[in-house]
Ligand binder design. Structure first.
Ligand code: ADP
Ligand code: MG
Length: 307
């Protein structure tokens, strides 16, 4: 059996513009139908997912409500692992049952260790949550939040340190070896640091593509499949001379990244995650869209990154 780790984007699961529970369920079911088909083809699957829109919604509720004490980011991240884990676990279980496939689907609350000395804590740059007008942004800054301004308004920025180690890695390996379909490392994992040997949650978020890559290396996956909303990564993206990338080598990927072809905070972390996976011994990393998951796994489409 080919072991693969699949990372799906938060937007693929919940488009904030269509965020009603009915729409959400439809998107989740569609996603899980694709995953179930991959399982049916005989792949051994570990699933991870983003949480951008979901954590954004939680922060918006906290900000607007004013009646309850806001929770720190590690706690908000844990909430999104439960929320999306529940929806994915139930839907994937149903899709597998419909196909007559007997497999357990389990969501694992996952903590990921980050470096407390990471410069990202001093200089946070990862935008999260809603856009706010200047008067509201000022109030948030008075409460100690860091905000940045762009065309659409002000947005909170937080630390996004790279993932160092997955706390639950041993149990993840055990369950995967048992044939369990695991949903783990959701939202990039709950960020924690080690203090005198003990775990403590920190105010940060972790990139889900980088955590997916680390998880894929940790469980010795052959393929790391990143599913997003574009079929291929491209050079000169969005310009007249756009070139979609098919199969590329790590050295090409590195050069294109340095040349600035990939969007910061969107395609760049995916390319970096793909690169890191292949560099640490993975056979192939693939970036493609959810609806092209199977053909991409078969090498028929998607951007394929190889050593
Ligand atoms: P996800 O929620 O799956 O993580 P992101 O929005 O973070 O999705 O990243 C996918 C987006 O990256 C695409 O929708 C596309 O607009 C953007 N993007 C930026 N640079 C590129 C590029 N060079 N090639 C393809 N897509 C790119
Ligand atoms: Mg993203």
């Amino acid at each position: 059996m080919t072991r693969i780790v699949i990372a799906i984007g938060g937007n693929a699961i919940l488009n904030p513009a269509k965020g009603s529970p009915v729409e959400q369920q439809k998107l989740i079911d569609g996603t899980c139908m694709e995953i179930a088909e991959i399982v049916q083809q005989g792949y051994d699957v570990l699933l991870t997912h983003g949480n951008g829109p979901q954590i954004g919604n939680i922060l918006a509720m906290q900000e607007e409500c004013g009646l309850v004490h806001p929770q720190p980011l590690d706690v908000c991240g844990a909430q999104t692992q439960g929320l999306l884990g529940y929806l994915l676990q139930q839907s994937l279980d149903n899709r597998l049952k419909e196909k007559g496939i007997k497999k357990h689907v389990v969501t694992l609350l996952t903590q990921v260790v980050v470096e407390s000395s990471c410069s990202s804590f001093e200089n946070p740059t990862k935008p999260i949550g809603l856009y706010y007008p200047v008067f509201k942004a000022r109030k948030m800054m008075e409460r100690g939040m860091k905000m940045i301004q762009d065309k659409k308004g002000y947005r909170r920025v937080v630390a996004s340190p790279p993932p160092e180690r997955i706390v639950e890695e041993d149990v993840i390996k055990k369950l995967v070896n048992e044939g369990v379909i695991l949903i783990a490392g959701g939202g990039g994992g709950i960020p924690v640091i080690r203090k005198h040997g003990l775990l403590v949650g920190v105010e940060a978020v972790i990139d889900k593509d980088l955590t997916g890559s680390l998880m894929a290396s940790t469980v010795g996956a052959e393929i790391f499949l990143i599913l997003t909303d574009v079929e291929k990564a491209a050079l000169n993206y969005g310009k007249e001379n756009q070139i979609d990338l098919d199969e590329i080598m790590v050295s090409d990927a590195q050069r294109y990244m340095e040349e600035g072809h990939f969007g910061k905070g969107s395609m760049e972390p995916k390319m970096l995650a793909a690169l890191q996976f292949v560099k640490s011994g993975g056979k192939r990393a693939i970036i493609s869209s959810l609806d092209k998951a199977l053909p991409a796994l078969e090498g028929k489409t998607g951007t394929q990154i190889i050593a």
